[in-house]
Design a protein around this ligand. Structure first.
Ligand code: FES
Length: 327
């Protein structure tokens, strides 16, 4: 096992951003090219995708290469997990409008139903990658996802998942960081119902073990992690279908503003297990770029008329937030 690298918070944010870009299908890091061309490819890639590569950042990346090794960086998996950042804390869960990669608010009606490529956003901290899924049936008709009680196999306790939001109550958001050992997309995938019907031959791209587990559990679609086979049911609050994970994927509570069709991430459930590797969902390595430390609120808020002093979401006794309204 290689040593951890102790780094400055600004470098950690840079590394998080870099890793995010490396895994984004639109800006995918070309591992083969990197193995062939070496560090120059990495430097150029980082410069283009994660911000200007000043001498300090260049030295930081060189250090990462030396300590982690080229193969580890190429696979991108251990890069940020091997760093040792300081922890920052949120006072409460802020509201955050969900935007596309260009910073434009996403409209709920435009979120493709059953999209297996999945939309991702980060909440509540930088690097907390989250699936945004518009759940549908095998004909791609949106399906209402009702509230449900979710079992935590690790403790035997349960918590309440409040169900989907949007025009059809079909849009849900779950952490995209596997609760077993932290694998992230593309290792963890969403498989919609049309690829996952009982009694059909197992499609090549679904691991047979995941397919069988889902069929046995009566799941209509699944989220499956290729790293060690954990499977989750996105129709039922991302409850555990198969281990080795013993914890469901945490959900992010969404709010849909029907007047604008915009979606907001507003909270997480403090009674659910936190995101993998976190002691609390209110702690993390770095604030989101959109978070304003001076007001403690997101910069890109809010419902019309909402003021910074009420940009937080009060929790109810079951760990959930309000059921609508602008706070
Ligand atoms: S990290 Fe996902 S199953 Fe192990």
């Amino acid at each position: 096992m290689k040593d951890k690298i102790i780094i400055k918070r600004s470098d950690f944010i840079f590394a998080k951003r870099l890793l995010w870009k490396m895994r984004n299908p639109r800006t995918r890091f070309d591992e083969k090219k990197f193995m062939k061309e070496g560090k120059d490819y990495l430097f150029n890639y980082a410069d283009e995708n994660a911000g200007p590569l000043d001498p300090n950042r260049r030295a930081f990346l060189k250090g990462v290469l030396v300590v982690l090794g080229v193969a580890a960086v190429a696979s991108a998996v251990p890069l940020v997990n091997s760093l040792n950042p300081s922890v920052v804390t949120l006072k409460k869960f802020p509201w955050m409008i969900i935007t596309d990669a260009d910073g434009n608010p996403i409209e709920a009606s435009a979120v493709q139903v059953n999209d297996p490529t999945i939309m991702l956003f980060q909440y509540p901290m930088l690097g907390d990658i989250t699936f945004l899924i518009n759940m549908g049936d095998e004909n791609n008709k949106p399906v209402k996802i009702p509230p449900t009680s979710v079992l935590i196999p690790q403790t035997g306790k349960t918590y309440l998942f409040p169900g989907g939001v949007g025009p059809y109550d079909s849009i849900v958001a779950y952490s995209a960081i596997c609760q077993h050992l932290g694998c992230e997309p593309p290792e963890i995938h969403f498989y919609p119902p049309q690829y996952f019907k009982p009694n059909m031959p197992t499609p090549d791209f679904i691991p047979p073990s995941a397919y069988q587990a889902g069929v046995s559990a009566g799941a209509k679609s699944i989220i499956h992690c290729d790293c060690h086979g954990s499977t989750y049911d996105p129709w039922k609050g991302a409850a555990v279908v198969t281990g080795p994970t013993v914890r469901p994927l945490p959900y992010v509570q969404l709010y849909w503003d029907s007047t604008t069709d915009y979606l907001y991430a507003v909270s997480m459930n403090v009674h659910a297990p936190p995101i993998m590797d976190h002691t609390s969902d209110l702690e993390g390595a770095a604030y989101l770029d959109t978070y304003d430390e001076s007001t403690g609120c997101p910069k890109l808020i809010l419902s019309k008329g909402q003021k910074p002093q009420n940009c937080y979401t009060p929790l109810t006794s079951d760990g959930n937030t309000f059921a609508g309204g602008s706070g």
